[in-house]
Design a protein around this ligand. Structure first.
Ligand SMILES: [Mn+2]
Length: 321
């Protein structure tokens, strides 16, 4: 028996960008709110609670820990994110996190795990974001969130400064990837070594998005009972439709594939937390930002029951004489 879908959405802004070097990702929540995200979600059968933006403290003189940049800033912010997400999920809200760069997924998945220990992760992204501090070519933590969360990689690197609070809470096989097309060597090794189901753009071209979603969800949770954490990097979509982002890669998901992924996830009734990350308005023109925000909202709203074939809320009354 599938669990009952959550009836409330808790929106949490996370204006954090120290997981990568480019300024502007901290403006993601603002740009999505300004483009009408909250009112768009209110049209559906959810009670919307806006928790505002989380307050991020800056840590001056945050020296690298080995290869890892800004470890204490990322660690401190994510501890806070974990606490907040845990409390939102515990209060039975579907937690919608507006990033921020993708390093915020460390705290959001960690906090989600505290409330829902049996969760699975759907990672929609051009990148695998599972480098360890040792395998990462850049040292930017937005490319490492999953390595800090999975139990199987804990013995592959030393604890990172600022992350003593963060114990791995998922297994590699609790993850499925969709949309990959820029994967580092160490990341590919991890995917092969542990057999992580990974649907790159090649599989999407070969199988079509319908088959990919069917297999992805079956692979992850054959019985279809576990809560789902969707971590959605807007660079999973093609840069022609989400140009305002930090690490765009050509050849991404088109708008219809993006919408279909979300519709299928909504149909499970098991979504309990969502991250939307890497919207960066400082990297695009005003028009780019409008396109990026509109694309992102039109995809994300499908998580809340918006249907391309038309829709009315449970409260709808058909006008009659
Ligand atoms: Mn990412």
């Amino acid at each position: 028996m599938p669990r009952q879908a959550r009836s409330k959405v808790g929106i949490l802004g996370i204006p954090f960008s120290k997981g990568q070097p480019k300024g502007g990702a901290e403006m993601g929540p603002e740009i999505l709110r300004r483009a009408g995200l909250v009112s768009r979600i209110k049209r559906f059968d959810y009670q919307v609670v806006d928790h505002g933006d989380i307050e991020i403290e800056s840590i001056p003189g945050d020296k690298p820990d080995g290869n890892v940049k800004n470890p204490r800033s990322v660690g401190r912010a994510n501890k806070k994110i974990s606490d907040k997400v845990a409390s939102i999920v515990k209060s039975k809200e579907l937690c919608l996190n507006l990033g921020g760069d993708h390093s915020i997924a460390i705290g959001s998945i960690h906090g989600h795990c505290r409330a829902e220990p049996g969760l699975v992760v759907v990672w929609v992204d051009a990148h695998a974001d599972i480098n360890t501090p040792l395998s990462s070519p850049s040292g930017n933590m937005h490319g490492m969130p999953l390595s800090l969360l999975v139990k199987e990689l804990a013995d592959r690197f030393s604890p990172v400064e600022g992350f003593d609070w963060c114990k791995p809470c998922i297994h590699v096989r609790d993850i499925v990837y969709i949309g990959l097309r820029d994967v580092d060597e160490g990341e590919r090794w991890i995917i092969d070594q542990f057999g992580i189901p990974a649907y790159s753009m090649q599989e999407i071209d070969k199988m079509g998005i319908k088959e990919v979603m069917h297999h992805a969800l079956k692979n992850l949770d054959p019985n279809g009972t576990r809560p789902i954490h969707l971590s959605f990097d807007v660079d999973g979509l093609d840069p022609t439709i989400t140009p305002s982002t930090g690490t765009p890669v050509l050849g991404g998901l088109n708008i219809r594939e993006g919408q279909y992924i979300m519709e299928e996830l909504a149909n499970t009734g098991r979504l309990s937390a969502i991250d939307i990350v890497e919207v960066n308005p400082l990297l695009g023109s005003e028009k780019d930002n409008m396109v990026t925000a509109e694309t992102t909202i039109s995809v994300i709203e499908k998580c809340f029951g918006s249907k391309r074939g038309g829709y009315y809320p449970a409260s709808y009354v058909f006008p009659s004489l």
